[in-house]
Design a protein around this ligand. Structure first.
Ligand code: FAD
Ligand code: SF4
Length: 488
């Protein structure tokens, strides 16, 4: 442990943000880096708990007190080694993770938790700056070939682990560039795409082959892939978007959030041929859906110059503090206010959209909502009930549907004869990630449904261990909880 009295003397400090009026002028990241001394002080707040609950909160089992201590002592290279022993891409999670580890931090019981995520980002950025992150190709090749389908965080993590084990890995991606939702979902203002590119360079140098613009199931039949590879890892994400089947849903101006976000990220990347442009410029925008995707639509709309942005959420407003029935160290369902919300969006809760209204040319010009309440009948699931007399018409030229995803596409599953689960994800056990077809594994959102980057990396790593074991009879690739390193 670093400073025994650190948590008593030092207050929590996190990165600050550029002012709203500055940051909405462009799509760049807007966090202001912390001084090295401040990051080390934050590491000193860690109590090195006998039972570090932060570990259990982290889906990767990151060795948090160990790297906190190393940072406090200024041993940055050691900290990077510890962090990379459980997380292939801390520069992604250090920017984007909702940090379940911080919700589980023991200090959080009666103080502000340790700023674990910021420390993680600073370790990763220091390591890149100092040149410690270099390609480490395997010393020997096994002669086995593995196909990874999908290059989001799950696919990239599985690919790097399997390549480390000496297998020849090819990643197939239907988009123009690798990265999955990191590249064509999450806006640049949350993570600039050079952060993905610099990591991809390392992966390529280690010997992983990327085949982009290849849609498995269409351009190559999935069963053909089976003949060419010794094992396949499916990491195609949960890409089927939830619809809003109400009157007017086909009007011009009612748009799926992923079409809007994907197009904007491509525009920021300098791609010119984007088809019909979807822009929030000078429009009254309504974002329907109060999650991460909705929040990203808000920030993107402001940067495109929207006249106003309103955000609708069908659930009631949460409390900013942890609800009593969700005690520490569990992940609490509470009101979360993102940096995008703070850029000027008006938020409305317990509201349901009933109808879109168009003009004579079929363009969206407004929508109608009503307030709703959730009625609980003992023994039944809560029922949604409209509150009478609360109908309201809103002016709106762009409605963005950020309603989440219902599961995985099923083309590959059909071609390979894979079973789906009752939530329309590809079925595989959380223990070994095996599908019902030998040699085919599934990980990330395509297995667990819409989730988080940290879970995708975790599943990619875990699945890689089991693929390696399937191919070689045993595996030295680490599983979660294996990484008990000696203390610094
Ligand atoms: C807008 C948005 C914002 C988000 N923000 C956050 C956040 O801030 N923090 C966080 O932790 N999580 C966030 N998430 C969730 C997170 O991005 C996902 O949980 C994570 O990316 C899932 O990783 P994955 O590798 O399983 O799949 P994905 O990232 O979805 O990648 C799947 C890839 O597979 C490719 N693919 C699919 N089928 C095929 C095929 N047949 N052939 C070839 N390629 C194929 C797709 O093109 C895609 O590139 C966000 C999600 C969205 C939509
Ligand atoms: S729970 Fe919090 S204080 Fe305890 S070891 Fe983990 S980060 Fe440090």
């Amino acid at each position: 442990m670093g400073k025994i009295t650190g948590f008593l003397e030092i207050d929590r400090k996190v990165e600050s943000y550029a002012p709203v009026e500055e940051r909405i002028k462009n799509f760049r990241e807007f966090t202001l880096p912390m001084e090295e001394k401040d990051v080390k002080d934050q590491g000193a707040r860690c109590m090195d708990c006998g039972i570090p609950f932060c570990h259990s909160g982290c889906p990767l089992g990151n060795l948090i007190p160990d790297f906190n201590d190393a940072v406090y002592r200024g041993k940055w290279e050691k900290a990077s080694e510890i962090l990379h022993s459980t997380n292939n891409f801390p520069e992604f999670t250090g920017r984007l993770c909702p940090a379940p580890c911080e919700e589980a931090c023991v200090l959080g019981i009666n103080e502000d938790p340790v700023t674990i995520e910021n420390i993680e980002k600073n370790i990763a950025e220091t390591a890149f700056k100092k040149g410690w992150i270099t390609a480490k190709p395997p010393l020997e090749r096994t002669g086995k070939k593995v196909a990874v389908v999908g290059s989001g965080p799950a696919g990239l993590a599985a690919a790097q682990q399997l390549n480390r084990a000496g297998h020849q890995v090819t990643v197939f991606e239907r988009d123009e560039k690798p990265g999955g939702l990191l590249r064509y979902g999450i806006p640049d203002f949350k993570m600039e795409k050079h952060v993905i590119d610099r990591r991809l360079e390392v992966l390529k140098e280690e010997g992983i082959e990327f085949k982009c613009g290849v849609h498995v199931g269409k351009d190559i039949k999935a069963d053909a892939l089976k003949n060419d590879f010794d094992a396949i890892v499916l990491t195609g994400g949960a890409t089927v978007r939830r619809k809003l089947p109400i009157e007017g849903a086909d009007l011009k101006g009612v748009v799926q959030a992923m079409d809007f976000l994907g197009q904007n990220n491509r525009r920021v990347d300098g791609i010119k041929d984007l088809g019909e442009e979807i822009l929030a410029t000078d429009k009254d925008v309504v974002v329907i859906g109060g999650g991460d995707t909705g929040s990203d639509c808000i920030g993107t709309s402001f940067r495109q110059g929207a006249k106003s942005v309103s955000n609708f959420e069908i659930m009631p407003m949460g409390t900013p503090d942890r609800p009593k029935d969700q005690p520490w160290p569990f992940w609490p369902m509470r009101l979360r206010t993102s940096s995008s919300h703070k850029e000027g969006a008006e938020r409305f809760f317990s509201i349901s959209t009933k109808k879109f209204i168009g003009d004579e040319k079929g363009n969206l010009k407004g929508l109608i909502t009503s307030e709703v309440e959730w009625v609980t009948v003992p023994g039944q699931r809560p029922q949604l009930k409209e509150v009478e007399g609360t109908e309201k018409e809103w002016k709106c030229e762009l409605a963005l549907l950020a309603l989440g995803f219902t599961g995985s596409e099923n083309t590959i599953a059909e071609q390979l004869g894979l079973e789906m689960d009752n939530r329309t994800n590809i079925k595989a056990s959380e223990i070994d990630y095996k599908t019902n077809v030998p040699g085919i594994f599934v990980a990330g959102d395509q297995r667990r449904g819409q989730s988080l980057i940290v879970w995708a990396i975790s599943e990619g790593r875990q699945a890689a261990h089991h693929v390696d074991k399937y191919l070689m009879g045993e595996s030295a690739l680490p599983l979660k909880g294996d990484g008990d390193l000696p203390r610094v």
